[in-house]
Design a protein around this ligand. Structure first.
Ligand code: KE4
Length: 431
């Protein structure tokens, strides 16, 4: 039986000083009825907690760790830059290098600005879109998460085509009234809203593959419809690729689905595990960003040398021949294995996958949007999570998150995960 004593003691102390004992809510594991584990260290596909328990990790720091943890190239890149210092508040060569790498990888981006998180990236992209179009209203989709900026915290599912209802105290009505949240993958509703209000819409922002309602791929024609309607009405199409960027292909979801958005947002992988975000787009749009243009956005640690070094090292590794092919193979092994495990266990489960993003829903109907995702048995998912953890498999502590496969996950890791899932699902089916 695993001991969690040290994690438990640390959590009690943490709760005295930090809201909920964590620096980001989902880490509190409240929706799965456990206390968080405190992690001592991580290497490759494994996490080791404060009590020395080892886990196969499918959170990967919520996406950044596509190479696996403590990749030697990333560690040595950071160590090298550390000898130069940590932050200068002035431009460094590494910022130019990572900008070139992002622009070379993502044709729709002609200029890019580095920031410190995905939230900063999406928040800034929306401001630029509003500045460039002179319009205020933005469209997002139920179940998509774009970070915690006021404009995005709309009560998901707040009714089709109605202006937003604040999803959190502290978000002023004056802000949220300019946000519309529509059903994901619902082409008809989107087209009718654009017909009616398109000329007043500054931007449509979307997770081109939804990873924050569990894993929900775009329906056939959905992204194409966003592209067509925004172009028709002079609204900007923003792909929030904070999670999918450099994850589902070397050029993100826009390369995978061959759609060219007006702006793109990145985070996670592009920082290799250090705090980084980025937003970019066509020159005519990005030339509106200060100091070149009037739309203001700034950041003390934007382009931080250590973060740039980690990002550059990561992008170099994923650019090597065969990287994505190998990741595709191991990710398919996991998804197919989980599907078979559910069948063998006689359990209701749907497994969605795009590249190395995998989502399992404990439901017997297809999951194509947030409402479908909410048909999952959340109590059963919580039990599944806890039992998988006992078996040394570290999953995202919420039904509405995705699993991430890294280059460090071995066939053995994946086969162990699949057999653990089969035994847990059997246990749950029997109970
Ligand atoms: P950050 O501000 O957390 O770096 O990025 C916000 C963000 C923006 N866009 C997408 C598509 C995202 O998935 C995120 C952040 N993802 C969550 C996990 N689903 C971060 C985990 C957390 O909040 O602790």
């Amino acid at each position: 039986m695993k001991s969690y004593q040290k994690s438990g003691n640390l959590f009690e102390r943490a709760k005295l000083y930090i809201p909920g004992g964590v620096n980001s809510p989902v880490r509190a594991c409240r929706s799965v009825g456990t206390d968080p584990l405190f992690i001592e260290k991580a290497l490759g596909s494994k996490l080791i907690d404060a009590d020395g328990n080892e886990y196969v990790d499918y959170i990967g720091s919520w996406g950044p760790m596509i190479l696996g943890h403590s990749h030697p190239s990333v560690i040595s890149a950071i160590e090298q830059v550390l000898k130069r210092g940590t932050s200068f508040g002035a431009p460094v060569d590494l910022e130019v290098e990572i900008a070139e790498m992002i622009i070379n990888a993502v044709p729709a981006i002609e200029k890019v600005r580095m920031v410190n998180s995905g939230t900063e990236a999406t928040m800034s992209a929306i401001r630029v879109a509003r500045g460039v179009t002179g319009r205020n209203t933005i469209v997002k989709f139920d179940g998509c998460y774009h970070g915690h900026a006021d404009s995005f915290l709309v009560a998901a599912g707040s009714g089709v085509a109605t202006l937003g209802i604040a999803g959190s105290p502290g978000v002023p009505e004056a802000v949220i009234q300019h946000t519309m949240s529509l059903p994901y993958n619902d082409i008809e509703t989107f087209a009718s809203v654009m017909d009616k209000s398109g000329d007043a819409i500054a931007a449509v922002i979307v997770e081109p593959v939804a990873g924050n309602m569990g894993l929900v791929p775009p329906a056939k024609g959905f992204l194409e419809s966003l592209r067509k309607e925004t172009a028709k009405h002079g609204s900007l199409l923003i792909f929030d690729e904070v999670m999918t960027g450099f994850r589902v292909s070397s050029g993100g979801a826009q390369k995978l689905y061959n759609i060219e958005p007006d702006m793109s947002c990145f985070g996670k992988i592009v920082g290799g595990g250090l705090p980084v975000g980025a937003y970019g787009g066509r020159k005519d749009i990005m030339s509106q960003v200060a100091p070149e243009g009037p739309v203001y956005q700034a950041g003390t640690l934007s382009g931080n040398p250590l973060a740039m070094a980690a990002g550059i090292a990561t992008l170099r590794e994923i650019g090597k021949p065969g990287f994505y092919e190998a990741l595709e193979k191991s990710s398919a092994r996991l998804a197919n294995g989980l599907e078979q495990a559910a069948v063998n266990a006689g359990a209701k489960a749907v497994v969605n996958r795009v590249g190395s993003m995998v989502g399992i829903f404990l439901t017997d109907q297809p999951v194509k949007n947030f409402n479908d995702a909410k048909t999952s048995d959340l109590d059963k998912f919580a039990a599944y999570y806890r039992k998988m953890l006992e078996r040394g498999i570290y999953l995202a502590p919420s039904q509405f998150e995705s699993l991430f496969v890294s280059a460090a996950h071995s066939d053995q890791d994946i086969d162990d995960t699949v057999s653990a899932a089969e035994s847990v699902l059997k246990e749950l089916s029997a109970s």
